[in-house]
Design a protein around this ligand. Structure first.
Ligand SMILES: C[S@@+](CC[C@H](N)C(=O)[O-])C[C@H]1O[C@@H](n2cnc3c(N)ncnc32)[C@H](O)[C@@H]1O
Length: 250
């Protein structure tokens, strides 16, 4: 007898086989399996526990626009970071929907002045606190700040300038968070960078094309793609960043 999760996985595989054919489906399963093994192995090496997913029921999420917990692949994050220049001791990193703290911990390996995680599930927030306490990796960033808060109402500090999203919400929630971000840069102009994992799912459809950000990089990864955006407006009077407005998507 298949459990609910096994059944939905089985249905997903059948759907992929029908829509993408056997070789694409096999490649996807292989990539995901390698990612999963890497995830547990890297957790073990660091002395943390961030790999197990926590679905909406476990987290008490009833609004489908709030997404459940799954961690970004370690390799995805560090590949994305090879395209981000960190101004040591000045840049401030924010992980929106920080879950069990994997990305907060990994970001703290770079010379950010501060790394902030914003998470609205108390259970995940507690797990992140414990992971930050037990982690055995060396930190370049002196300050990790885990905030138990809803992303829509969390006040964005003027110092924050690198924002990470792994598909944490969609619809109205996503729109509200990006409106907060837009307001923050209009009130305190500064160059910002947005790293978006799996943005093709909602972000590119609902927000990115009509907003004030331009895509600078797009990298394939185990989750799909990770894309890096920068603001082309409100970058500060002295900024040397000159980027033309993006075209409307076809
Ligand atoms: C896909 S997980 C990403 C976890 C982590 N950022 C990572 O990449 O490893 C999405 C996370 O967003 C959190 N989340 C969803 N809606 C939120 C909201 N409105 N405010 C804060 N966190 C939220 C979920 O609880 C979950 O931990």
């Amino acid at each position: 007898m298949l459990s609910f999760d096994q059944k939905s996985l089985f249905e997903k595989v059948i759907h992929r086989l029908r829509t993408q054919g056997p070789s694409e489906t096999f490649l996807l399963i292989a990539r995901r399996s390698i990612g999963l093994v890497r995830s547990y192995r890297e957790d073990l090496r660091r002395g943390v526990s961030t790999s197990r997913v926590s679905k909406d029921k476990e987290l008490g999420i009833t609004n489908p626009q709030y997404h459940w917990y799954a961690a970004t692949d370690y390799k995805t994050f560090h590949t994305a970071m090879t395209h981000v220049t960190v101004d040591p001791g000045r840049d401030v990193f924010v992980d929106y929907g920080s879950g069990k703290g994997r990305i907060v911990i990994e970001a703290a390996a770079y010379s950010f002045a501060k790394v902030i995680g914003v998470e609205f599930s108390e259970m995940l927030h507690e797990a992140a606190l414990e992971n930050v306490r037990t982690v055995q990796t060396r930190r370049a960033c002196p300050d990790i700040d885990l905030q138990l808060a809803d992303a829509t109402t969390w006040p964005i500090p003027n110092s924050a300038n690198v924002f990470f999203f792994f598909n944490p919400f969609d619809g109205e929630i996503l729109a509200r968070v990006f409106e907060n971000l837009r307001r923050s840069v209009t009130q305190c102009p500064r160059p910002i960078t947005v790293i978006y994992v799996r943005g093709e799912k909602f972000f590119e459809k609902e927000i990115a094309w009509k907003e004030w950000l331009i895509q600078r990089q797009r990298i394939p990864c185990v989750e799909g793609t990770v894309a890096i955006y920068e603001n082309y407006l409100w970058t500060a009077p002295t900024s040397s960043r000159v980027i033309p407005r993006p075209p409307h998507p076809v």
